[in-house]
Design a protein around this ligand. Structure first.
Ligand code: HEM
Length: 146
């Protein structure tokens, strides 16, 4: 009987752990970031072998990436809640500046696509990757890296 209880409680624990990721609701910023991931992933794939005929489709992804960037800029990263009060202002200012940098790169990407300057567009995709990496290194808390 005792063994049965132990077995059942182990099962309950396993079930709880399996459900944990489902129980985690995305924050508004995480939702925007996931929107960014989708449009940027499409752009990365498309810029490997871009075609003139699909320009409008690419520009729609650029517009989506830009609006998610702007919405993200207005939100605070989770990490801000762990920053001491006297440093929070400069932390958030740095975060919003980085989002402006991303928005500028995304604008340039739109212009390059519009003009059919594909080499430039490919280089900008690489630069956006770099801004993403830097933004995550500085403003994403380790607990958010799943
Ligand atoms: C194209 C560029 C970017 C893409 C595709 C992207 C994508 C993502 C993804 C997929 C997540 C995980 C979301 C989740 O956990 O559900 C994330 C999280 C996060 N990203 Fe980005 N990201 C980009 C640029 C940036 C930049 C430039 C910054 C900072 C200025 C930034 C700051 C963050 C933060 C702070 C989180 C954690 C969420 C939170 O704190 O609430 N990201 N990003």
């Amino acid at each position: 009987m005792k063994l049965n209880y132990q077995f059942l409680s182990s099962c309950a624990l396993l079930l709880f752990c399996a459900l944990c990721p489902e129980l985690h609701a995305d924050s508004p910023l995480e939702k925007k970031m996931n929107q960014m991931r989708k449009s940027f992933r499409e752009l990365k794939k498309a810029m490997v072998a871009p075609v003139e005929a699909d320009k409008q489709k690419y520009l729609a992804w650029v517009a989506d990436l830009k609006s998610a960037t702007e919405a993200s800029k207005a939100l605070d990263p989770e990490k801000a809640s762990h920053i001491p009060a006297d440093q929070k202002g400069s932390f958030l200012e740095g975060y919003r500046n980085k989002m402006d940098e991303l928005a500028d790169e995304v604008d340039s990407l739109g212009k390059a696509i519009e003009a059919g300057k594909w080499d430039e567009a490919k280089a900008l995709v690489g630069q956006i990757n770099q801004v993403q990496r830097e933004g995550h290194q500085k403003y994403r808390s380790e607990s958010n890296e799943h």
